[in-house]
Write a protein that binds this ligand. Structure first.
Ligand code: SF4
Length: 316
């Protein structure tokens, strides 16, 4: 998304990178670390097998699994990015699996270790909505008094039927409960959504923009559904191919989705990405740069402005 905000003139949406740049006075880079977590939807606590679209394992060949102490991962990640980009400020991103899935005291130490570097200006924590409680959120909020902290919830869909069909292991009310205990603190709240489940409709996807706007998230990552090898969804697709989003259809959807979004929400991502070797569908035969260019082009052509159609009437 680096080029997305550069190309869009005037600013047609609130870019997360640009927002970070304004907040910290310069470009901020994310360093992905692996806290060694698993997920209750895989270890049998909630379910086994995980979400039907989940590619965490297929994205992480054994050679890519990091087992070094967090302090070392942070140092090495920073040095690597610094050399490539002349970077000075970093956010440490706990990305793989569910990064609040442990005892509060353990998490406190782990996060403290992650931010204990002079060039780290913040922390981002990806997790499931059913993996937080008052204790954990209070601890994360304490941390947010010292540094920028973004807590990112995998919402994926606001429809229980979808969450059930993809074996998500929680319903939408789990996210609403997580919001109830997280909202109104110093924590920057992010949500991840997937657009394109074949049994959902365009109107349902657009209603997700209304719902995210009205429920009070600060940031959003929007992904289109892509089917990757080694997942239950890929097996289902091989047995009986189902409809996936077309390229122009997705661009068209994004235009209205962004217009229905609260203009205060920062948009961190507008499409999913999968390594070509793993991607089953949709294969749009477009690069990331193509997507960035075409999103900006269509936003220009259609004079898209985030928030132009924002209201909460479509929300659940
Ligand atoms: S909750 Fe996340 S890590 Fe766990 S199975 Fe689902 S997508 Fe994968």
């Amino acid at each position: 998304m680096a080029a997305l905000e550069k190309l869009a003139q005037p600013q047609r949406f609130r870019s997360y990178n640009r927002w970070l740049q304004e907040k910290f006075g310069e470009r901020v880079y994310k360093v992905i670390v692996d806290g060694g977590f698993t997920c209750p939807n895989r270890d049998g606590t909630v379910a086994v097998g995980g979400c039907a679209y989940c590619n965490n394992n297929s994205f992480r060949p054994p050679s890519a699994i990091k087992t070094d102490p967090i302090r070392d991962q942070v140092r090495e990640g920073i040095e690597y990015i610094r050399k490539r980009f002349d970077a000075h400020k970093f956010i440490i991103y706990f990305q793989p699996f569910s990064n609040t899935y442990a005892e509060t005291q353990y998490l406190r130490q782990l996060y403290a270790e992650a931010i204990d570097h002079r060039d780290v200006v913040g922390l981002a924590i990806g997790t499931r909505p059913d993996c937080v409680d008052e204790d954990k959120v209070q601890m994360i909020d304490d941390l947010a008094q010292q540094t920028f902290v973004s807590l990112e919830f995998g919402v994926e869909s606001i429809y229980d039927e979808t969450l059930r069909r993809v074996n998500r292991g929680h319903d939408y009310s789990a996210f609403l409960r997580a919001m109830t205990i997280t909202r109104g603190r110093s924590i920057h709240i992010g949500a991840h959504l997937i657009l394109g489940f074949p049994w959902e409709t365009r109107e349902q996807w657009l209603a997700m923009a209304d719902e995210m706007s009205c429920v009070g998230v600060d940031a959003l990552k929007i992904h289109h559904l892509h089917i990757v090898r080694g997942t239950a969804l890929a097996a289902e697709y091989a047995r009986r191919p189902f409809r996936v989003l077309g390229y122009e259809e997705y661009l068209d959807l994004l235009c209205e989705f962004v217009e229905r979004l609260d203009p205060n929400i920062v948009i961190e991502r507008m499409f999913g990405e999968a390594p070509l070797g793993l991607l089953v569908a949709p294969n749009w035969r477009r690069t990331k740069n193509d997507l960035v260019r075409d999103i900006n082009r269509i936003f220009e052509e259609r004079d898209v402005k985030q928030g132009a159609k924002h209201n909460c009437s479509g929300a659940l």
